[in-house]
Design a protein around this ligand. Structure first.
Ligand code: MN
Ligand code: MN
Length: 475
């Protein structure tokens, strides 16, 4: 077979006992990150504190009015985008105008968001209306313990953080489902129709307030009123404050070792934090001053199409690169940044599908990705006739093969699935619009977009090694 990595290669050929230990230790770090970072806000603030620990400085604090930050080789800078996405860079020996080595991953994951008027009472219970985010199979999200994460912004500018349902002793929340005894009609429906979007209402309480003295107090004593009283008590917030809030319901499940041999990780949000964490670590673990300027973009909104000012379609990356150019170039003009974009390289660090032994029909076995064969290099994504994908130039892939093989990295190549079955996309095409060379490169995942996705530890570690080698050695 033309594939670079054969079966078992991660464990038999590419890793000695020392490296196996390193792989497991690296994954311990990843698992603790994933446990504490279920949302883009949490992942962004983790990234910022990790960067600051590693002496990265907020680029916007270094800039005077109308000036550029003066940057020299070895300088480390970052920029936060509304606390939901992060850009960071280490200035290389060569100025960024000659091109940077960048990696873009996303830190948002499919989930269930509160609507802006969430709360209502029905059947003596309090519920929250929701609008799901990203491509979910809705039936997977009912009867699943949920936690709530997010932020409420008050009129005075104050931010109130919500994080309830994951810590020991916390209550959790759930979307109920119909008992099988009376579900005959529901069971005859197609899976896609059995659970509706408007039916994803989260149960959040069932106790009324104190018994009213007369009929007029009845509303004050309802389950909903009692819920609002508790929210006021716990967080100092009112019903109207949810208009300016982002509350995300995510699975209240811990990230865990999976399998007797503990070679896998089960958890929520691998897509795409399993590429974001290795990318961030690769950036901060690079030794000495890199030859080229290295950049990471941890983007938001990928799961809904990368729109918005925290998504990869925004000018966030180009503005940041322009900032790096302005900080290092003698005479900066508009062309300086454009030359930097066109000379740059980018790994679109996103997950791909792994062949599922229960659903082997979904892939062409010759062009599929497998758990245990290492990091995935995916020339193109998209659906039908490669629609909506960015088809990487083979020259770039060839140069990466050299870097990966030199670095002893287990890698594989494959597509997300069979040609006419569906498809998917990543941020690659938006980065490629700037003129840079882009290819998809990330971890293969089982049960993608479900509340409990699965990845292999060897694949995660080889992804980290691949990103590090690219930052260090790609010219
Ligand atoms: Mn993804
Ligand atoms: Mn996804």
């Amino acid at each position: 077979m033309a594939k670079s990595s054969e079966a078992y290669e991660i464990w038999w050929n590419k890793a000695d006992e020392k490296e196996k230990k390193e792989a497991f230790a690296f994954c311990d770090g990843y698992m603790s990150f994933l446990n504490s970072c279920k949302t883009e806000r949490e992942a962004a603030s983790y990234a910022i504190s990790h960067l600051e620990k590693n002496k990265f400085k907020d680029i916007d604090k270094a800039i005077g009015k109308g000036k550029a930050a003066a940057l020299k080789p070895g300088d480390k800078v970052y920029r936060s985008l509304w606390g939901k996405a992060v850009l960071a860079a280490v200035i290389g020996k060569q100025p960024p105008v000659g091109g940077v080595n960048a990696i873009a991953a996303h830190i948002d994951s499919p989930r269930i968001d509160f609507k802006q008027n969430p709360f209502y009472e029905d059947t003596h219970m309090a519920l929250a209306k929701t609008h799901y985010y990203g491509g979910i199979k809705k039936y997977q999200w009912v009867c699943m313990p949920l936690s709530l994460h997010g932020a409420v912004f008050l009129k005075n500018g104050q931010k109130v953080e919500i994080n309830v349902g994951d810590k020991e002793g916390d209550p959790c929340f759930v979307i109920t489902d119909l008992l099988p005894h009376v579900a005959q009609k529901q069971m005859e429906k197609k899976i896609a129709d059995a659970i509706t979007g408007e039916g994803l209402n989260i149960l959040v309480g069932a106790m009324p307030g104190e018994k009213p003295k007369d009929d007029e107090d009845k509303e004050e004593a309802s389950v909903k009123a009692n819920l609002l009283r508790i929210l006021k008590e716990l967080y100092g917030i009112e019903e109207k404050d949810f208009v300016s809030a982002e509350i995300e319901a995510v699975p209240a499940l811990p990230v865990r070792d999976l399998g007797f041999d503990r070679s896998l990780i089960g958890g929520y949000g691998h897509d795409d934090k399993v590429c974001a964490y290795p990318a961030l670590r690769a950036l901060t673990d690079v030794k000495g001053i890199p030859e080229k300027t290295i950049v990471v973009f941890l983007a938001d909104k990928e799961e809904v199409g990368s729109q918005g000012n925290t998504g990869a379609q925004s000018t966030a990356l180009s503005n940041f690169l322009a900032e790096l150019c302005a900080g290092t170039a003698e005479d900066y003009n508009d062309l300086t940044a454009r030359r930097c974009f066109a000379a740059s390289h980018m790994l679109s660090a996103d997950v791909s599908s792994a062949v599922d032994p229960n659903y082997k029909d979904a892939q062409d076995p010759l062009n599929a990705n497998y758990i245990g064969k290492g990091v995935v290099l995916e020339k193109y994504t998209g659906s039908r006739g490669k629609s909506g994908g960015s088809d990487a130039n083979p020259e770039f892939i060839a140069a990466l093969r050299e870097v990966f093989d030199e670095g002893g990295i287990a890698w594989q190549t494959g597509e997300i699935g069979k040609v006419d079955l569906g498809g998917g996309g990543t941020v690659a095409l938006y980065m490629a619009n700037l003129g840079m060379q882009v290819v998809d490169c990330g971890v293969p995942v089982l049960s993608m977009h479900s509340p409990y996705e699965v990845v292999g530890k060897g694949d995660v570690y080889n992804t980290y090694k691949a990103y590090r080698a690219y930052y260090q050695n790609f010219r």
